[in-house]
Design a protein around this ligand. Structure first.
Ligand SMILES: Nc1ncnc2c1ncn2[C@@H]1O[C@H](COP(=O)(O)OP(=O)(O)O)[C@@H](O)[C@H]1O
Ligand SMILES: [Mg+2]
Length: 244
């Protein structure tokens, strides 16, 4: 995308990022990176700043200091629309699907970006292949889907945008345990296909098992980071997040 970029440049690079709301700072100097094809988790409790991090990266919350670069392109100050056109696509917390529209219209709405033009039919076929339950329910109103199906729809909608990288905000939130398993399998499958993924989760154990690397977010700062496997056996992580 940019000439100065090389394969060694992280796809997403966040440095010293600060942001917040109306005078209240939430992110207090975040450094993190995601390399091409990597699955990286950001785990942390409720209120740690995970959603604020995603929303700052996508330009929905204004970054007040630091930098965010996607494929070498600086993002701070850029509109959310333009950031989406670069292929940095989020699956928002709480799915945010259109309940009164059909499954298929929700998917089509994912393809309104310029970058998605001409790919719609093929991507939709691939999504229906991936999620047969969505195919069976393509004409059903999205609001009548189960929580797990709605999450699949939110992921499908994001895939319609032809993402270079997906940022998933708590995809397992509010789902029954068996559906949580399916959801993590879906993320693992996308990862195995080479998708670059930033997975934000309170489900620490599953996320650390799935990802290559992870960051533990506490009070708007990175308290710990490392390989998922190592963090799973870290005493602080075991005590604070795994109840061990
Ligand atoms: N729109 C908002 N306006 C004001 N404060 C907010 C807003 N959204 C989140 N916050 C505050 O920012 C902090 C981090 O929240 P959030 O990023 O949602 O955390 P997480 O996603 O990790 O649960 C919390 O203290 C929360 O109350
Ligand atoms: Mg959140």
């Amino acid at each position: 995308m940019t000439g100065a970029n090389t394969a060694a440049t992280p796809l997403l690079q966040v440095s010293g990022l600060e942001s917040g709301y109306a005078g209240m700072r939430v992110l207090d100097g975040i450094d993190l990176e995601v390399r091409r094809g990597e699955t990286v988790a950001v785990v942390g409790g409720n209120g740690a700043g995970k959603t604020t991090l995603i929303r700052t990266i996508t330009g929905m919350v204004r970054g007040t200091a630091g930098a965010v670069a996607f494929d070498g392109v600086p993002l701070l100050g850029m509109s959310t629309d333009r950031i989406c056109e670069l292929g940095l696509i989020q699956v928002p917390e709480g799915r945010q699907i259109f309940a009164g529209q059909s499954v298929e219209s929700n998917l089509r709405l994912g393809a309104i970006l310029r970058r998605a033009r001409g790919h719609e039919a093929r991507t939709m076929a691939r999504i229906y292949d991936m999620f047969p339950r969505l195919a069976e329910r393509r004409r059903q109103l999205a609001g009548t889907l189960s929580g797990g199906e709605q999450q699949m729809l939110a992921i499908g909608r994001a895939l319609m945008a032809q993402p270079v990288m997906l940022m998933l905000d708590e995809p397992s939130l509010g789902l029954a345990p068996i559906v949580v398993e399916q959801m993590f399998r879906t993320v693992a499958m996308l990862a195995s296909e080479g998708m670059s993924i930033l997975l934000v989760e309170q489900n620490v154990a599953e996320s650390l098992r799935l990802c290559q690397r992870a960051y533990v977010l506490e009070n708007g700062t990175v308290a710990l980071s490392g390989e998922g496997e190592d963090l799973l056996t870290d005493d602080r992580v075991r005590q604070a997040y795994l109840g061990l």
